[in-house]
Design a protein around this ligand. Sequence first.
Ligand code: URA
Length: 210
Amino acid sequence: MYKHLTVVKHPLVQHKLTLMRQKDTSTAVFRQLLREISQLLAYEITRELEMTTRRIETPLCEMDAPVLAGKKLALVSILRAGNGLLDGVLELIPSARVGFVGLYRDEETLQPVQYYFKVPDGLEGRVVIVVDPMLATGNSSAAAVDLLKQAGANNIRFLCLLAAPEGVARMEEAHPDVPIITAAVDECLNDHGYIVPGLGDAGDRMFGTK
Ligand code: URA
């Protein structure tokens, strides 16, 4: 149905996601699960990274061994909930450069309002992985990708935990070149722009602010 969408159906991802959805899951456990899932999703989103070889010496002989090609990756977190995914991905790709896009959602219009933008130099030619747990309306995700493209990014992927069909459609329309990786696509959005059945407000649940 969606051209550039990958839903990671791995049993560990699905089990952890179910625990995260449950309203009684504590902040500490929620955050830990998000870190774990982020690494499993990152494993999928980096599957197609380009490789080259490097001449190395093992204790026994020389060999041409595989290594990642090209510039260091850039991870871009959409504040604030993106930071919950960022930590785990960064553990897996510690040499990645990191950027932040601050967008909040105007609760009446549901449109994104920018308040912060700081990204690594030389985005052109880097694989840029944008992280945000909830792809809801898709408005802030599409706006963040717009900003990154204006800053030179030309190889962007989007990593989220949960998506709504509306958000996926919005991203595919605005940025058909950006593959999306998620653990699930839920039923719909409610009138407040929340994903249903979803898991509530990801930022509040990971930071304990409600
Ligand atoms: N942001 C969230 O944190 N949760 C949703 O369901 C939608 C947007």
